[in-house]
Design a protein around this ligand. Sequence first.
Ligand code: PLP
Length: 459
Amino acid sequence: MMTQRSTEQWRALDAAHHLHPFSDTKSLNEQGARVITHADGVYLWDSEGNKIIDGMAGLWCVNIGYGRKDLAEVAKNQMEELAYYNTFFKTTHPAVVELSTLLAEVAPEGFEHVFYTNSGSESVDTMIRMVRCYWDIKGQPQKKTLIGRWNGYHGSTIGGASLGGMSYMHEQGDLPIPGIVHVEQPWWYKHGKDMTPEEFGIQAARWVEDKILEVGPDKVAAFVGEPIQGAGGVIIPPSTYWPEIERICRKYDVLLVADEVICGFGRTGEWFGHERFGFTPDIFTTAKGLSSGYLPIGAVFVGPRVAEGLIAGGDFNHGFTYSGHPVAAAVARANVAALRDEGIVAAVKEDIGPYMQKRWREVFSQFEHVDDVRGIGLIQAFTLVKNKATRELFPNWGEIGTLCRDIFFKHNLIMRACGDHIVAAPPLVISKDEIEQLLATAAECLREFEQALKDKGLV
Ligand SMILES: *Cc1c(COP(=O)(O)O)cnc(C)c1O
């Protein structure tokens, strides 16, 4: 058992010894971190006994919800049977074989092969290596440049952060690395001006074509995008965007990669986000929902074209000590099987997803400073705006979002601010009653927020 300490002791020791990711350590330590001690279903509890509704499924990953004893049992059994063995040197093990077989079943036709990693970032880095290796094998070693998007998120390793388009990440560590370029995101509300969303979707896709022509089609290896940009603020492209991107990639013989780390494993109501948007990538990267966060594991799904190339090409000099880790693989298999066999993914498409989308729009559309209320399946967002009529955003992007997010947090509701986008992605097992509770709390918080805007003279 973990040592029992008081909240104050935990905070002090955390401040003394733990550097947090994506945090300003000095200001965090002054405030003291919130200590989360246990969780069940869609709820978390902190060390002071507060019950918190987790509208973010952790970091968009706990698709199956917290507290599944069956997954714990699978981990324990696998750990006792075979806690570890590698898959490098002509060996395999039942756990990874079973997982791979199941993943080929739930994946769209043609995706017969997966390569394992421990995280989304590693999946993205693996994909970068794979794509470049593929073009070498094909005798086109000059085809090496990858195109990502501004405000895209592809993880925090050097490759992932380079491919992502977060300028505040690029600033630290002299990124992007060479051979990675970016195009603007398909965010209609900001960039669409007087176009319809459908017209804008085509326009935004043509930015990719422009970039391919600028770099030279003979030099472009792949275009990479999240079907829905998650950490960028749940930017849902118009329906015309992805089919046009697919057409452009095929025209210039550029590989098409979907980063499904958030959209995968049921978040949009389909198994994978690209199915929802009606396109077929050559490769797609996953992690998060693959194990519902119960253990770290990621997988790169490789379609027929790249798989055939790689298999014909000899050694692929890449892998991780824990690629296909037996315990992570066993838990992921049990998780994916439960998402399927308990009808959880199907319910996101047919029942709980449509319910959330309807109620989300009903509740939030009425607020004066909330606009672009949007979502698909169980991923949704709205944007805090200064003026709905003119689509004017607040100055100091992110400041207002943080103000709003902190009010949610104070009321024991976790929703995230990505800039001034407020986003939610709860566990896929959330019930209608729990959705109502989440929405009622959020609405109360937004009233407090809009009052705070007035009190501070911000509107
Ligand atoms: C979270 C995320 C990643 C990175 O995953 P990690 O497990 O944090 O390394 C990559 N791509 C997308 C789309 C993500 O949302």
